[in-house]
Design a protein around this ligand. Structure first.
Ligand SMILES: *[C@@H]1O[C@H](CO)[C@@H](O)[C@H](O)[C@H]1NC(C)=O
Ligand SMILES: *[C@@H]1O[C@H](CO)[C@@H](O)[C@H](O)[C@H]1NC(C)=O
Ligand SMILES: *[C@@H]1O[C@H](CO)[C@@H](O)[C@H](O)[C@H]1NC(C)=O
Length: 608
């Protein structure tokens, strides 16, 4: 038996003390009285507000001081999000304290212990967060967390076994928390679920005293419906500082999403530092400060891994590449990209500024190889690369004399089909490059890569240019599009990202429609072994760190539950749990959007 690492816990405590002091400072301006309300858990209806005195509820009814405490035990799944596949919840609470939390990782392979200790640190942080960083009430029982893991494999892939079981029982001398899992990542999910069985209980109106309550008599058996549960963040349209990205990772970990799809570059800016090719950020970053250094990227990858999340870096190509690639002529390498920042832009790209890599210039492949090598260095093996591949504009390539001559020399005509051949050639060259890099790095088997759906992935072209054992296609067509089913019928593995429901920027431009959490929740993926999962996307044309949290949360949680639990029930019965998730995210330092008026949050299902 040993305690969680001091550093992780202390960092957690410190972060929360700061948050707490700010809120304590504010609260002295208000004279808060003991609330007139208590909360009752009503069968199938969630938590409902009741007057504290002379309540009309029958004698013997349990009443809770806060709605969060009520929600933790109310309903079949209490306050858990995403809902577990199978769960039995008790109704009794035990007071616990983070100081009397002990971890036992004896039943886990050595290779997993470092990760487990860090995962324990995250759990401690999350428990403290329920009380704003300081738990003032004493424990009734110490907590012993027994974690058993079978596999020594700590890689994160589509084959990673994420199932776990969790049991919480009060014994005479301890609250026993037992997590069993095949992998360390399954164990992490179990610890996350345990944290959601614990709630802060504010015991006085000035909010200076707070106790932690843990539900006992719990049995959970859980596994994800889909292996790929992604959140896409674009950091090219607008730069998103690293601490904001980490906060998004915290939200992902809370909701058991497991892939951070980092759309790090685009035509607008190139913020990803390449040690091998410093020109990318020198010419591509908005400012020297708006750069992700290699050291920061390495830290982020580790931060995500401790939270069960794989980082998938996307270098969009051959389109969506411009700023960051415009230094070729100056350095004697010719044009690495064409149409960069060209005007008028409308016929040359989807949105300004334009830019497309120049497949006629062999130097492009040399610098892509350097960049991919940097990425392979940053990501634990086996790395998964997203090669982009959307929205190639034939007109842009067709406007370059160099490319037209290259086409002619290769015997490609200047029709759309000719340009498909050029694109296919580009794709096969970059895949070879990636294979070479991984081979040199000692990865034994050829790894699949991800690619956006496009003209090239239409069924009339795809078989000719993209092998189904090598490419996983991310389909971003509207949910009504037949493409996803067509591709799975051909045997291609796909990731679903239906733009008219799971694009979080919709509703902020053009005639796109905002999808609220309910609409997002209702989209169901086709049931098919070739559908690896889905993603929700935050494109950042119209958001930066100022409004990021509210744009992303809590809507992203809808996707998370769809991909983890794939419930057959509608959003209606989920709303009380989503309310609880929201207060949890707030406690953990996120700033999610509100779901409805406070009265509705105190009267579950009376506003639906
Ligand atoms: C509550 O009930 C008590 C006695 O049953 C009565 O004296 C008191 O006036 C009631 N208070 C309110 C606010 O109705
Ligand atoms: C929460 O704290 C209050 C004190 O204000 C206490 O009366 C109540 O019993 C606590 N709730 C539980 C479930 O222990
Ligand atoms: C490229 O330009 C030529 C004329 O220069 C035209 O005939 C051809 O249709 C164009 N190709 C595409 C795909 O637009």
């Amino acid at each position: 038996m040993f305690r969680v690492t001091r550093s992780a816990t202390e960092e957690g405590i410190l972060r929360h003390k700061i948050l707490h002091e700010v809120s304590a400072g504010l609260s002295i301006f208000f004279l808060v009285r003991r609330p007139s309300w208590v909360f009752q858990c009503v069968k199938d209806k969630g938590c409902r507000r009741q007057p504290r005195v002379n309540s009309t509820v029958p004698e013997g009814t349990v009443l809770y001081d806060t709605v969060d405490v009520c929600r933790t035990v109310c309903g079949a799944q209490g306050g858990l999000w995403p809902r577990p596949q199978s769960v039995t919840l008790g109704t009794h609470f035990v007071k616990i304290h983070p100081d009397s939390l002990r971890f036992d990782f004896v039943d886990a392979p050595t290779e997993t212990k470092e990760l487990l200790e860090e995962m324990g640190g995250v759990l401690t942080f999350n428990l403290l967060a329920e009380c704003g960083g300081t738990v003032t009430e004493a424990a009734e029982l110490p907590v012993a967390v027994y974690v058993s893991v079978k596999s020594s494999d700590v890689s994160l892939t589509w084959l990673t076994d994420e199932q776990y079981t969790l049991e919480v029982q009060s014994k005479t001398d301890e609250l026993s928390v037992r997590v069993t899992a095949e992998t360390v990542y399954g164990a992490r999910h179990g610890l996350e679920t345990f944290s959601q069985l614990v709630t802060g209980n504010r015991t006085d109106p000035t909010r200076t005293r707070c106790g932690l309550l843990a539900v006992t008599g719990v049995k959970i058996k859980d596994h994800p419906a889909y292996a790929h549960r992604g959140f896409l963040l674009d950091t090219s349209r607008n730069f998103i500082p690293m601490h904001d990205i980490k906060r998004m990772i915290d939200g992902m970990a809370t909701t058991k999403l497991n892939v951070f799809h980092w759309h790090v570059t685009d035509t607008h800016s190139f913020p990803l530092e390449s040690k091998r090719v410093p020109q990318f950020t020198r010419y591509g970053a908005y400012t020297p400060q708006e750069v992700y250094s290699t050291a920061e990227v390495n830290k982020l990858v580790q931060y995500a891994r401790v939270r069960g999340i794989r980082v998938v870096i996307e270098i969009d190509a051959p389109a969506h590449a411009g700023n960051g690639w415009q230094w070729g002529q100056e350095h004697g390498f010719g044009d690495l990209a064409v149409c960069v920042n060209a005007e008028p832009w409308r016929s040359l790209c989807i949105q300004p500024p334009c830019g497309q890599l120049n497949p006629a210039n062999s130097e492009v492949y040399r610098f892509l190889k350097e960049l991919y090598t940097d990425i392979a260095d940053a990501i634990p093996q086996p790395p998964l690369l997203h090669m982009g591949g959307d929205e190639v504009f034939m007109n842009c390539w067709n406007s370059s004399q160099e490319i037209v001559s290259y086409m002619t020399s290769r015997g490609y005509d200047l029709s759309t089909d000719g340009y498909m051949r050029l694109w296919g050639e580009f794709q096969s060259k970059v895949l070879d490059i990636w294979d070479d890099i991984l081979h040199e790095a000692g990865v034994k088997t050829k790894q699949p890569v991800m690619l956006w759906s496009s003209e090239l992935t239409q069924i009339r072209h795809i078989k000719r240019y993209l092998r189904k054992d090598r490419y996983v296609i991310e389909v971003w067509e509207p949910k009504e599009s037949p493409l996803l089913n067509q591709l799975t019928t051909l045997g291609y593995r796909v990731i679903s990202i239906p733009k008219n429901v799971w694009y979080l920027d919709h509703g902020f431009w053009g005639n796109t429609k905002y999808a609220n959490w309910r609409r997002i929740y209702e989209y169901k993926l086709p049931k098919n072994k070739f559908v690896l999962g889905g993603e929700v996307a935050m494109w950042t044309e119209f958001v930066d760190s100022q409004a990021l949290d509210g744009r992303v949360w809590p809507r992203t949680a809808s996707v998370a539950e769809r991909l983890w639990s794939d419930p057959s029930s509608s959003w209606r019965t989920s709303e009380p749990r989503l309310q609880r998730l929201r207060t949890r995210l707030v406690a953990r330092g996120l700033r999610p959007d509100v779901i409805n008026p406070g009265w509705c949050a105190q009267n579950d299902m009376r506003c639906t």
